[in-house]
Design a protein around this ligand. Sequence first.
Ligand code: ADP
Ligand code: MG
Length: 257
Amino acid sequence: MRSIVVASGKGGVGKTTIAVNLAIALAQAGKKTVIFDADLPMADVGIFLGQESAPITLHDVLMGEVPLKDAIYEGPAGVMFVPSSLSLESYRAVDARKLAAAVGELEAFAEYVIVDSPPGLNKDVAAALACAEESLIVLTPDPPSLTDALKMKILAQKSKANPIGIVVNMVRGEKGEVSRKDIEAVMDLQVLAIIPEDPEVRRSALQQKPFMVRSPNCPASQAIRALAAQIMGEAGPAPEVPARRGFFARLFGFLKR
Ligand code: ADP
Ligand code: MG
């Protein structure tokens, strides 16, 4: 089983969107895949899947009340998911360190576990990172997101959630966006996918139906499918990055010292 946490640092960059749709892409490719909602404070996964009223959630499992298998549900395209509870009361009662043990139990059910994580660099994030052996770092192509992503990569390395690559999300192709080359130079990590800003993503969120299912050929879906292929090792290696460092790479060079 491979466990991959989708992490970012900054909130609102598309972690849950990517975790949910990547998991669906893996399921569509025939892999037994579970989405594990380790964003305990927000617990968005059920909402993104249009199934937010699960009677038993991860919270019940973490509080020792039910076995994990009772909190595994089936979502679109055969993807499985373990939702969190939406209640703030139950969030406060939970010991987040038990999260990692719960992911370990999914070995019996899954080939891939995609872990959604909260934003920030706090104890909730540390608990989510501890759930996985690999991490995908999501960022948007702007300097604040890049700075936070770099901190997240360091945190992931400390936590042994080996960073396997970067997903650049909400790319508009506008002047002033940080380039792929600069992102790779600053992060010292390969960009595995570039997901365009796509109106279909928001429409799908409003309808609570993931775009991988609703519009399998929209630009965002194509990018997520390519990401899934990279992760499964079915795509060729991403192109080499030229050695020359651009403006943002030089600007951010000091952060790594
Ligand atoms: P996070 O989990 O990092 O907080 P979300 O996945 O909840 O972020 O996404 C935040 C918002 O951005 C949502 O409204 C989502 O629909 C939107 N969004 C995410 N990715 C894209 C994209 N590629 N194009 C357009 N909107 C996007
Ligand atoms: Mg989220």
